[in-house]
Design a protein around this ligand. Structure first.
Ligand code: ATP
Ligand code: MG
Length: 278
């Protein structure tokens, strides 16, 4: 990437330009609380655990969930006197285009993967990030409330009536990207916080997502189930990938590791061909 500022309304510069190996992952959903930060951090740590060079950029300067998670992780490593696989990271100030551009340059310089977390609201910088994504991950809960953002369903049949504004926005981003450098954005809808007790609702949402995926052009993958462990490890900045070093690994951890491994496989990132966390 050169020194020109990135501007979504003009020519989009790709973040991966200059460093062919950099793969940009953006976690975005304008709906709040769908699991962007949780899945972004887990993805980043999973990649770092595998030896990839990972950089993280948190665009949610108000909540700073990703930044705080990694701060906590750094503090834990220090406290325990044990090194942990650790991405480099930065948080945007939410305002400056110059800072945004410079931070991306710097973070992308020596990284294989750049993981960008975005706020759960419309945000100018998040839109630019989305346009520059190689992989765009939209976490969604199994709920028609979450689904409404990407598609509307008939109240009686639950069949998809039309794509919603967020699908249109992504469509626009893809067109802009194709025009800028001919690259495509792999849009992945990730189902998060799945609860198997809600089988009926899950099936309906699942059918609606499948219908819409063909119409709008995204892939659907399984993400994380609803598990307390995903919330509990935040203060230490750990993931269950670290649990071998940091405590007892019960059955729930084993299952959680397995679903994380499946989520990573579903993302189908470049060069992640070896089995993770073997
Ligand atoms: N699979 C899961 N199991 C249990 N809790 C989860 C799971 N995924 C996320 N959570 C919890 O749900 C809440 C929202 O998750 P998270 O902060 O990752 O969402 P977000 O999309 O980043 O939210 P925001 O839009 O506010 O940035 C958090 O309390 C988080 O710990
Ligand atoms: Mg968040």
């Amino acid at each position: 990437m050169g020194g020109r500022p990135i501007d979504q309304y003009k020519d989009v510069e790709t973040l991966s330009e200059g460093s062919k190996r950099l793969h940009v992952l953006v976690f975005a959903n304008e709906k709040g609380g769908t699991g962007k930060s949780t899945t972004a951090v887990h993805t980043a740590i999973a990649l770092a655990s595998k030896g990839a060079r990972v950089a993280c950029f948190d665009l949610d300067h108000r909540q700073r969930t990703m930044g705080r998670y990694l701060d906590n992780r750094g503090a834990t490593a220090k406290r325990m006197g044990k090194p942990l696989p650790m991405p480099v990271y930065d948080t945007h100030d939410g305002e400056s285009m110059a800072y945004f551009s410079e931070a991306l340059d710097k973070l992308g310089e020596n990284a294989d993967f750049l993981v960008i977390d975005t706020p759960g609201r419309d945000d100018k910088f998040a839109r630019i990030a989305v346009t520059n994504a190689d992989t765009l991950v939209t976490p969604m809960n199994d709920s028609f409330v979450d689904f409404d953002l990407i598609g509307q369903v008939d109240p009686d049949t639950f069949k998809v009536v039309r794509p919603s504004f967020y699908s249109e926005l992504i469509w626009e981003s893809r067109k802009r990207r194709a025009k800028a450098d001919g690259e495509t954005i792999d849009w992945v809808v990730l189902r998060n916080r799945m609860q198997h007790i809600e089988a009926r609702n899950m099936k309906r949402v699942s059918e609606a997502i499948d219908q819409l995926s063909k119409r709008v052009g995204f892939r659907v993958i399984s993400g994380l189930s609803e598990r307390v462990i995903y919330r509990e490890l935040f203060p230490q900045g750990l993931t269950m990938l670290d649990s071998r070093d940091f405590g007892e690994m019960g059955l729930a951890h084993v299952a959680a590791r397995q679903e994380l491994r499946e989520m990573m496989a579903g993302l189908a990132l470049p060069e992640v061909t070896m089995p993770l966390f073997a």
